[in-house]
Structures are given as C-alpha cells and as structure tokens.
Ligand binder design. Structure first.
Ligand SMILES: [Zn+2]
Length: 371
C-alpha cells in the first residue's frame, strides 16, 4: 500500500482490486441507512432486493474497473476508484490524449453492455428458476443497459462528456473541446435540474447539481492544464524556504509555522532530506504525540518528490486530496517546494501574462552540496 495519502477526503478505507484502490465515500453509508429505513418498498422479498442492489453495486464497480484496465493498457495509472451512492469515479493520474481518452471513456459503458448481453444470453439457455428469480436477472440486465445509456449522456463527469471532448479534441484541440464539452455538460445539468424540480424528484436534482459542479471543475482543470503544459516544475516551485532539522520538536516547528508564511517544511539530517512535515502531518503529530516529540517521529517519510524537469501539467493532478506539497529534487538535492498555493499564484501570473515562458529555463538552482 502506498503510504502517501492522495485519497479524496470523506472516504473510508480501501480495498485493492487488480492493483487499484477502491474506496467508499461516506455517503454510501447514508444510502444504506436510507435503504434500510425505506424498507426497500414494493411487495418483493427483501432478499431479492438486497441481491439486486449488490448486483447494481458490482455492475458499477466493474464499469469503473473497465475504465481503469483500459487506462492501464495506455500506461495511465488509476489513483483510486471512489464509489458514491449515485455511481463510481475512476480517478486517473493524468489526462489522456484524445485517442486513449475515447477508448477509456467507452470501456465503462461497454462493460455494462457486455454484462447485460451475458445475462440475456444466460436467460435464453437457462430455463429453470422461479418467476421471481428470472425477473431479478432481467432487472439486473435492464439496469446495466440503463447504466450504459445514462453514462453516455454528453455531460461531465459522465463518460459521454469525455467521449464528446475526445472527439472534439481530435478535430479542434483540447482547450476548445473541453470548453464546449463543459458548456454542454452545464447546460444538460441545468435542464436535468429543472426537470427534477418540475417532477419533484430530489434525487435527479442532486445528480444535476453534482454534474454541474463537475463540469465547472473540469473546465477549470483544463484551463490549468493549458496554462501549465510545457512548463517545467522548476518554473513554479518555491525556492526560498526554511527546513527543519530532524532534531527539532513539534513545538519548534510550530514556531516556524507562525514566524513564516510557510506551511510545509522539508526535514533534513545534515544535507540529506529525510522527510516532509506538511500541515496534515504537523496537526496529526501535534494531536496524537504532543508538542515535545521530534519532527522526525511524525514526519512523512514517503513524501511526494518531483523531478524539476517534469511537466507541470503532469504534476498538477498529483497535488490533490491530502497531498498539498511536493519536494522538487534532482537526485538527492533539494531544489524547491511545489505547493498548491504556489501553483495557484503561478496560474494567476500566467493568466495575466506576467511570467514569461523563457523564465522557466533560467530559473536554475545551484546544488547546495558540492559535487
Ligand atoms: Zn464511467
């Protein structure tokens, strides 16, 4: 298991399937409570309903694994699959090129079509089973077709939105494609929201809201990618920062935290970097171990390290969730820090056209240790 915590907040612990961590969002528990209190409704037996819901859940999971496996074929790692009550999300480490994105997006719905096809095939040769059981298999098959169809709606974060973007990107470039796809996504979300309001369906309203937010985020993320693509990490890193000695206490660290604007501190032993004390580890250490413990006892030893020449657009998605800071290192020499705040400032400057592209190449830090 990767100790570095890149997971989304609000999720419970993970199970690992085919090398991909699968997490459950806490709202899943709310769904279960809702289902139990709602008594599953209808005249059907509770057992069949449980089987039905579990099958749906596995169908969604297989759908997400479909995305993850095709992504893997294109050498793109899936950071995690998060299961929400309204569906799953496979978070990939980076944005795929249009061709692979098309294949990755189509893989999910294809899985559901294959499941439905398999179930219908099985029903055709399997003549046994009670009426109720046959109905159940039929319901699962229909639901899978529904899942495939619903996901092909051309709205982010639905797969159809990604298909639309990939197709547009092949033709007109990524930033145009994302702008159009995000606009279509927001428009569809609003239409869905209005419809949900009219028919009084709160669930539909909720999905519409989530799609709207996701479409807006996707648009912003794409703008960020456009502004950082082709820029090396070293162009955006913090180069003036303080470090903590491995012998410092949490109390001393908190003094540095107050005295500076810095929130993440590399921990060094001599001229060797041995860990990172970021906000999260600092607060956790303070709460669990108290102020007098050494920073080396609570720091993150498996911190995120980035190569100074790495494309900033590829580094962006790594700084998500609990990971707010990365150390930029050439071999074992610490060159700088890359934080989310600094990236935001960098993006702002780029938007204003203040950071000239040429600067990226000039900003070199001489290694601290003589070699
Ligand atoms: Zn999907």
């Amino acid at each position: 298991m990767n100790k570095r915590d890149t997971r989304l907040s609000g999720t419970l612990s993970a199970v690992v399937l085919f090398g991909v961590p699968v997490r459950f969002h806490f709202t899943f528990v709310l769904l279960l409570i809702f289902l139990v209190t709602a008594g599953f409704g209808g005249g059907r037996s509770v057992l069949l309903d449980v089987v039905f819901i579990l099958s749906l859940f596995f169908s969604v999971l297989l759908h997400e694994l479909g995305h993850a496996m095709v992504a893997r074929a294109y050498k793109i790692r899936t950071l995690e699959i998060v299961m929400y009550p309204i569906g799953g999300v496979a978070r990939l480490e980076k944005q795929a090129a249009p061709g692979p994105e098309l294949a990755i997006a189509l893989a999910g719905p294809m899985v559901n079509v294959v499941i439905a096809g398999g179930l219908y095939g099985w029903m055709a040769i399997w003549s046994g089973g009670a009426q109720q059981e046959r109905e159940l298999v039929n319901r699962i098959a229909v639901s899978n077709l529904y899942l495939a169809g619903f996901n092909m709606a051309p709205a982010f974060p639905m797969d159809g939105g990604r298909v639309l973007r990939a197709l547009l990107a092949m033709w007109k470039g990524e930033s145009y494609a994302t702008r159009v796809a995000a606009t279509v996504g927001r428009f569809l979300a609003m239409a869905m929201g209005v419809y949900g309001l009219v028919i009084g369906n709160i669930f539909l309203l909720l999905i519409a809201f989530l799609i709207y937010v996701a479409a807006s985020q996707e648009g912003a993320a794409s703008a960020g990618r456009a502004l950082t693509h082709g820029m090396p990490v070293r162009a955006a890193m913090v180069t003036e920062f303080e470090t903590l000695s491995h012998g410092s206490s949490i109390r001393e660290a908190s003094e540095r935290l107050l005295a500076t604007t810095q929130q993440d501190f590399p921990v060094v032993h001599g001229d060797r970097v041995i860990g990172l004390l970021d906000r999260h580890t600092f607060l956790r250490g303070m709460a669990v171990e108290g102020a007098d413990v050494y920073v080396s006892q609570v720091m993150d030893r498996e911190f995120l390290r980035l190569d100074p020449a790495m494309d900033l657009a590829e580094a962006l998605p790594l700084l998500t969730g609990a990971t707010s800071c990365a150390l930029v290192m050439a071999d074992d020499t610490l060159l700088g820090l890359l934080t989310r705040e600094n990236i935001s400032e960098f993006l702002l400057l780029r938007k204003l056209g203040i950071v000239p592209d040429a600067r990226s190449g000039e900003r070199r830090i001489e290694p601290v240790s003589p070699e």
